[in-house]
Design a protein around this ligand. Structure first.
Ligand code: NDP
Length: 249
């Protein structure tokens, strides 16, 4: 995408208050870009992301909403369209996990994870893509997971949501490629964020043994790929799933 000084590019990143989303916001930030930082409740952390965006020479604003709340999402996207004319780059990053073996998994844990990780994509993407279609311009990047590619024991809900997101990415890419809009998925493996903070020493040692690279990944290693997918050089990449996983799959 071009970033000349006369046209400001508008990016919206869901779940950008912490972890991978924050790093994506910082990587996308720069002159000629305005970054909307979405989060659910952690305003203090979201303000730190905004500071990182500003430190990178970019401009941005906080945009709180719960991705599961379609009405709140529609109101926020309407506000963005009024203020900035639309969204050029959408990163569907907000996600949660509620891990449990299937036999013990409550319906609520299944539903919450599907609602956030998959229906959240639908809620945000639908109003954003409508405007992209009329502008004949856009980049959509969905943050899925290795779990959605291979399945992960203890994560039947999470794996299902992330596999669903891969299917949605590929289908939407086919629907809108002719309108100059690309849709791709980035699939991280184990990345050092609050989401993986609860892993025990034993689990970490196991991961380090299993991952060919012998370590967890860093949020910036995911963010750099997302940023590449937003460059003019990536215009012919669509419907793809790009793994950032140290060789685990
Ligand atoms: P974190 O738990 O560090 O951060 C999650 C972010 O999502 C926060 O900004 C949080 O906002 C936001 N969020 C959660 N629920 C909602 C909601 N309903 N509406 C809006 N925002 C919400 O996660 P990571 O950075 O680790 O993960 C980011 C993405 O990457 C997720 O989709 C995750 O599944 C995926 N991923 C992560 C991996 C990892 O190893 N870390 C591996 C593979 C994929 P708030 O701060 O307000 O709570």
């Amino acid at each position: 995408m071009t970033t000349d000084e006369t046209t400001q590019e508008i990016a919206l990143i869901t779940g950008a208050s912490r972890g991978i989303g924050r790093s994506i916001a910082a990587h996308l930030a720069g002159p000629g870009r305005f970054v909307y930082i979405n989060y659910q409740s952690n305003e203090t952390a979201a303000k730190e992301t905004l500071a990182a965006v500003n430190a990178a020479g970019g401009d941005g604003a906080l945009l709180p909403f719960d991705v599961t709340d379609a009405e709140a999402v529609n109101a926020a996207v309407k506000q963005v369209i009024k203020e900035k004319g639309g969204v050029d780059i959408l990163v569907n990053n907000a996600g949660i996990k509620k891990d449990m073996l299937m036999v013990m998994m409550k319906k609520e844990s299944w539903q919450d994870v599907l609602d956030t990780n998959l229906t959240g994509f639908y809620n945000v993407t639908k109003p954003v893509v409508k405007k992209m279609l009329s502008k004949h311009k856009g980049r959509i990047i969905n943050i899925t997971s290795t779990s959605g590619q291979t399945g992960q024991a203890g994560q039947v809900n999470y794996s299902a949501s992330k596999a669903g997101l891969i299917g949605a990415t590929k289908a939407l890419a086919r629907e809108i490629a002719s309108r100059n809009i690309t849709v791709n998925a980035v699939a991280p493996g184990f990345i050092e964020t609050e989401m993986t903070e609860d892993l025990s020493e034993k689990q970490l040692a196991q991961i380090e043994q299993t991952v060919p690279a012998g370590r967890l990944g860093k949020p910036e290693e995911v963010a750099a790929t997302v940023a590449f997918l937003c460059t003019p050089e990536a215009a012919y990449i669509t419907g793809q799933v790009i793994g950032i996983n140290g060789g685990i799959c």
